[in-house]
Design a protein. Structure first.
Length: 149
């Protein structure tokens, strides 16, 4: 692993992901990041892609609610006309998949396994990612049912 903290973008690979995002068509790139495939092992890079995408989608709802690096804030400002809310359900499903240690499908998240092996920060990391999942679920709920009143 290459993290220096528990937050998603406190990781060298996540910072590389931001560069890839800048060099890509955003909708195609983010959609691709949420497609985990049918393999039994969810590799580390694919899992980081899911986390980064989930963070970006949540940032489109609440840009100040989580720690984002300046590069993400700048990207969000430059792409504020894009609506990624249609990806929210996919992000929720993919995040659940990589955070579930006992997947019904027999899938194993290499990212989760590595963090759970980290004696000092593993639990904090998992709590942070479960919080992200809850935030995305709330985002989806409010955007879907909040307009019905």
């Amino acid at each position: 692993m290459h993290p220096w903290g528990i937050h998603t973008f406190e990781d060298e690979i996540a910072r590389d992901w931001i560069e890839d995002l800048n060099d890509s068509d955003p909708v195609v790139f983010l959609t691709h990041c949420l497609e985990l495939g049918d393999t039994n092992d969810l590799n580390y890079l694919a899992c980081v892609g899911v986390l980064c995408t989930a963070e970006l989608i949540h940032a489109s709802y609440a840009p100040q609610s989580r720690p984002y690096p300046d590069a993400v804030k700048l990207w969000m400002t430059e792409h504020q006309d894009l609506d990624f809310k249609s990806l929210t359900l996919r992000a929720i499903a993919a995040l659940r998949q990589i955070l579930n240690p006992h997947s019904d499908f027999g899938l194993r998240s290499e990212l989760l396994e590595r963090w759970m092996d980290h004696e000092k920060l593993g639990t904090e990391w998992l709590e942070d990612k479960q919080n992200l999942l809850r935030l995305l679920e709330d985002d989806f709920s409010h955007s879907t049912f909040g307009n019905a009143a």
